[in-house]
Design a protein around this ligand. Structure first.
Ligand SMILES: Cc1cc2nc3c(=O)[nH]c(=O)nc-3n(C[C@H](O)[C@H](O)[C@H](O)COP(=O)(O)O)c2cc1C
Length: 347
């Protein structure tokens, strides 16, 4: 059976799951147009995730995927944590905000307990994808028994091989151009492979379907990746500007006004590509102390962004975007899918 038939979709186009940007409306628009909608639920509580899935199911009877984070939960070293807080203490004071005294693990990994697994089994979306790693054996088994298709992001061949060996159904090949967090399993090792090379490398060495993700902004580029052997393409940045995303006004404006990106681990504790702002220009200096683990670092990052935003400075936002953001177009999700399909099918 072809990938499109397996997933029950018409077009080889996936909306990237985007925690903090995904909405049920955006997912449903994409799925209703014959592509594969998604919800990024990695930063949601179980109750909030349930609401989003049920709402999406009200808005579409077409298939969509949900997405969770599968990072290894790390312990927090108090010296690293205090050094990190100290680096921002003056900034918090300047903003009339309280300096954090500790860093909190603001959300768990899918692997930490079975709450999210049980939610997926209860609500039965067509597919579930994972970032930062592979779920436990018992979790994969339970999803398979329920007939739910599984996907995991790979950023190099070793990760792709591990995904295949674990019995996952589909590999998402996330190249270095991709917006948002790098899906790397080990946060201190990144092979930084271009999407184009990664797709070919995985296609040559693995048998699973491969979805190309990273730097794809239009159907001409999508077609190139399909020609390289990708079974479908996944686009994130191109959809952030859609009215139905939950991106705020400052983020939307910056996408068009300052379309330059860089990777930093300072915002969350894991490397992620976003629009260049205070983090890249002022925090990522050669003397920067060691970053605490994900998601503890994100706790401070979010507090700093909230405090600075209150004073009208949006420069500490996590404005994730891919390397080709300068090619972004202002299009509603429905029109964007139609346009992508037209461009893919042009001779
Ligand atoms: C705003 C934003 C948020 C993202 N959040 C997630 C996420 O929650 N889970 C995930 O697996 N990938 C996430 N990603 C990465 C995407 O899955 C995908 O790899 C990336 O968007 C592809 O590159 P592009 O942005 O150049 O299209 C995010 C990307 C962006 C732009």
């Amino acid at each position: 059976m072809s990938l499109l038939d397996t997933l029950g979709i018409q077009h080889p186009i996936f909306l990237a799951p985007m925690a903090g940007v995904s909405t049920p409306e955006l997912a449903a628009q994409v799925s209703n147009q014959g592509a594969f909608g998604s919800l990024g639920l990695g930063a949601s509580t179980v109750d909030a995730a349930r609401k989003q899935i049920l709402h999406t199911q009200e808005l579409t009877d077409k298939p969509f995927q949900v997405n969770f984070f599968c990072h290894e939960s790390r312990d927090l070293n108090s010296e690293i944590s205090q050094n990190w807080i100290a680096l921002f203490a003056d900034k918090f004071k300047e903003l009339d905000a309280e300096v954090p005294t500790s860093l909190n693990r603001i959300y768990p990994s899918f692997k930490d307990n079975d709450d999210f697994l049980n939610l997926v089994l209860e609500t039965k979306p067509k597919a579930v994808s994972f970032h930062f790693g592979i779920p436990h054996v018992h979790q994969i088994k339970a999803l398979k028994n329920a007939g739910i298709i599984t996907l995991v992001s790979a950023t190099n061949l070793a990760e792709a091989k591990a995904i295949e060996a674990a019995g996952i159904d589909i590999i998402i090949a996330q190249g270095i151009e991709a917006g948002g967090h790098r899906g790397i399993f080990n946060e201190i090792f990144d092979a930084a492979i271009r999407t184009e090379d990664l797709v070919q490398l995985i296609k040559q060495n693995c048998t699973l379907p491969v979805i190309a993700a990273g730097g794809i902004m239009n159907g001409h580029q999508a077609k190139q990746f399909l020609n390289f052997g990708a079974d479908a393409v996944q686009l994130g940045t191109a959809f952030v500007q859609c009215k139905t995303s939950s991106a705020n006004d400052a983020y939307r404006k910056a996408l068009f006004d300052q379309p330059l990106t860089q990777i930093t681990a300072s915002i969350s504790g894991r490397p992620a590509r976003g629009l260049i702002n205070h983090w890249h220009k002022e925090v990522d200096t050669p003397t920067r102390p060691q970053v605490p683990p994900y998601p503890y670092t994100y706790d401070l990052g979010k507090q700093l962004h909230a405090a600075a935003s209150q004073q009208g400075d949006s420069g500490y936002g996590a404005f994730w975007a891919g390397a080709n953001v300068a090619q972004i177009r202002e299009l509603e999700a429905t029109d964007l899918i139609n346009q992508l399909v037209l461009e893919i099918n042009v001779d």
